[in-house]
Design a protein around this ligand. Structure first.
Ligand code: ADP
Ligand code: MG
Ligand code: ZN
Length: 476
C-alpha cells in the first residue's frame, strides 16, 4: 500500500519590537536573568496589560504579505494552564477571533509552484525560560522573555513532503525578514516550528490521525524529524497498529522522535476572552497605511529579477531568498551590466567564501563595488578568468580592491601579440619531440603547449591569443 504524508506547520515568530507586548519592559536578548521584568509581565495582582501598538502593526504587515483576511475586530483570550515559566497561570493569546485568517504563501517545489494555505495568524505573549542545573536537582527561571510578542502562523494541512515543509519554512522566514518584523533565527529560537504530520493511503480523502513534533530547531531537524515520523507511522500501520494523537519530541542525537505527552485539546485550556483587554479594532485607514509601507516581497523580487536581469529561476530564487543578498546583487549589477556573470560570481565564489567563514552577506569581506570592479577587469581583458579567482581570494584575505592587487602583483594579462609570439617560439624550439608528434597528427598536444606558455607567463597570457598563435606556428 502506498501512503501520502499530510503536513501542517505551526510557526512562532518573535517580533522585533523594542518593548514587550503588554508592558514597557525591554525585549533585548542576553540581559542578566529577571532584569527585564515588571509587575505586569510578572503577573502581580491588580496590574493591567496595555497592548503595544507596534505589535499590531508588525502583525498587520505579515497578514497583508500573506494575503490574509484581516478581522476589523479581534479579541485576546486567556489560555489557562500551570507551568513555572508562566507566572500569571494563563497565557494571553488570540483564540476565537484572531487578527488574520485565510491567507496563503506560494512555494517553489520540484520546479513547480505550490500554494500553501495559511489558516490563521494571531498575536500572543511568550513564556519565560527554564534552566536546569546539570549537577544539582534544581531549576531556574528567567522571566526576561515573559511577555515578548509572538505571532503564531498556522498553515493548512496542505504540505505533502518534508522537502515542501522545508521550502515553506524558508519562504516564511524570508518573508518575516523582508518585512523587518522578526530576525528568523531558528537556533536562537526567535523562529520556532512545531510540525503536525499524518499519513493516509494515496488517493484517500480523509486525513489520518496526526502527531505533533516539537524541539525542531533547524531546517534540517524539521525535515529529518518529519521523515522519521512518516516512516514510523507507516510501519506502525503496516504492523496492524494505529496512530495515537500525541505530542512527540525530536531527539537530534538519537535521530528519532519519542512520545512526550498525549495531545491536549482546546477545551483543556478553558479559553475565555481576557476581561482586562478591550476588543482590538482595526480600521481601513490603518490597513492602508501599513500596505503602503510594505517593501517589495521575495516573490515579487524573484519575478522582477527574472524579467529585469534575464536570470534563470534558480538564480533569482537564491538571490532573493535574503533581502541583503538581493541588494548586494543589485548594487553589483548596477555597476557591471552583465547580470549572469554577477550572479555566477555571487552564487559560486562569494557564497562559498561566506559559508566557509560562517558569515552573512552584510559581513562580506568583499564589497559589491569591488566585486563589480573585478568583473570589469575580466571583461576588459586586463586579467584572465583564472587569475581573477586568485585575485578574488586575495581580496577576501586583505580587503584590498582588485585594481590594487592586480597592479601590486603584476597580474595584468599579456595581450600583446608580439610578446606572446616570442614565448610561443621559445616553447616550440624547446620541445622538438612534441612538435613532431603534433605535426604527425597528435593534435591533443595543443593543451600541453598552452600549458607551457602559461607556465612561462605565470598564467598571465591571454588564453585566446595563445591558442591562435600556437595553432598558426605549429602548422607544418
Ligand atoms: P493545536 O493547537 O491543537 O496544535 P492548531 O490549529 O494550532 O492546533 O494547529 C493544527 C496544525 O495541524 C495545523 O497546522 C494543521 O494544518 C495541522 N493539521 C491538522 N490536522 C492534521 C492532520 N490530520 N495531519 C497533519 N496535519 C494536520
Ligand atoms: Mg499546536
Ligand atoms: Zn514587564
Amino acid at each position: 500500500m502506498e501512503f501520502e504524508p499530510v503536513i501542517g506547520l505551526e510557526v512562532h515568530a518573535q517580533l522585533k519590537t523594542k518593548t514587550k507586548i503588554f508592558c514597557s519592559c525591554s525585549t533585548s536578548f542576553g540581559a542578566p536573568p529577571n532584569t527585564h521584568t515588571c509587575p505586569v509581565c510578572l503577573g502581580m495582582p491588580g496590574v493591567l496589560p496595555v497592548l503595544n501598538k507596534r505589535v499590531v502593526e508588525y502583525t498587520l504587515r505579515m497578514a497583508i504579505a500573506t494575503d490574509c483576511k484581516i478581522a476589523r475586530e479581534s479579541r485576546f483570550a486567556r489560555k489557562n494552564y500551570f507551568y513555572p515559566d508562566l507566572p500569571k497561570g494563563y497565557q494571553i493569546s488570540q483564540y476565537e477571533l484572531p487578527i488574520a485568517q485565510h491567507g496563503h504563501i506560494d512555494i517553489e517545489i520540484n520546479d513547480s509552484n505550490q500554494r500553501i494555505g495559511i489558516t490563521r495568524i494571531h498575536m500572543e505573549e511568550d513564556a519565560g525560560k527554564l534552566g536546569h542545573d546539570p549537577d544539582r536537582p534544581i531549576s531556574m527561571i528567567d522571566f526576561n522573555r515573559t511577555g515578548v510578542p509572538l505571532i503564531e502562523i498556522v498553515s493548512e494541512p496542505d504540505i505533502r513532503s518534508p522537502d515542501a515543509a522545508g521550502a515553506y519554512l524558508r519562504q516564511l522566514r524570508s518573508i518575516v525578514r523582508y518585512l523587518g518584523i522578526c530576525d528568523g533565527n531558528l537556533e536562537e529560537g526567535s523562529f520556532r516550528c512545531d510540525a503536525n504530520v499524518s499519513i493516509r493511503p494515496k488517493g484517500a480523502e480523509a486525513f489520518g490521525t496526526r502527531t505533533e513534533l516539537k524541539n525542531l530547531n533547524s531546517f534540517k531537524h524539521v525535515q529529518k524529524a518529519l521523515q522519521y515520523e512518516i516512516n514510523r507511522q507507516k510501519e506502525t500501520i503496516l504492523d496492524g497498529g494505529h496512530i495515537v494523537q500525541e505530542t512527540r519530541l525530536w531527539d537530534p542525537t538519537k535521530n528519532k522522535t519519542t512520545s512526550m505527552r498525549g495531545k491536549e485539546e482546546a477545551h483543556d485550556y478553558r479559553y475565555f476572552p481576557d476581561p482586562d483587554l478591550l476588543p482590538l479594532v482595526i480600521d481601513d485607514q490603518w490597513i492602508g497605511a501599513v500596505k503602503k509601507n510594505l517593501p517589495e516581497l521575495p516573490d515579487q523580487k524573484r519575478r522582477r529579477f527574472m524579467k529585469q536581469y534575464g536570470l534563470p529561476s534558480y538564480d533569482a530564487q537564491l538571490l532573493t531568498s535574503d533581502r541583503e543578498l538581493a541588494d548586494y546583487f543589485e548594487d553589483c549589477a548596477r555597476r557591471f551590466a552583465k547580470p549572469k556573470p554577477v550572479s555566477n560570481w555571487i552564487m559560486g565564489p562569494l557564497l562559498g567564501l561566506l559559508n566557509a567563514q560562517d558569515k552573512t552577506i552584510d559581513a562580506s569581506p568583499i564589497s559589491a563595488p569591488d566585486l563589480a570592479q573585478l568583473l570589469e577587469l575580466i571583461e576588459n581583458g586586463t586579467i584572465s578568468g583564472k587569475i581573477a579567482k586568485s585575485v578574488f581570494d586575495e581580496m577576501a584575505q586583505t580587503g584590498k580592491p582588485p585594481q590594487t592587487i592586480v597592479e601590486q602583483k603584476g597580474l595584468v594579462q599579456i595581450a600583446d601579440t608580439g610578446a606572446i609570439d616570442e614565448i610561443v617560439s621559445q616553447v616550440i624550439s624547446n620541445c622538438p619531440k612534441e612538435v613532431e608528434a603534433y605535426q604527425n597528427g597528435k593534435t591533443k598536444l595543443l593543451g600541453f603547449f598552452v600549458g607551457q606558455v602559461m607556465k612561462k607567463t605565470r598564467g598571465k597570457a591571454n588564453p585566446k591569443l595563445v591558442n591562435e598563435i600556437l595553432e598558426k606556428k605549429l602548422e607544418r
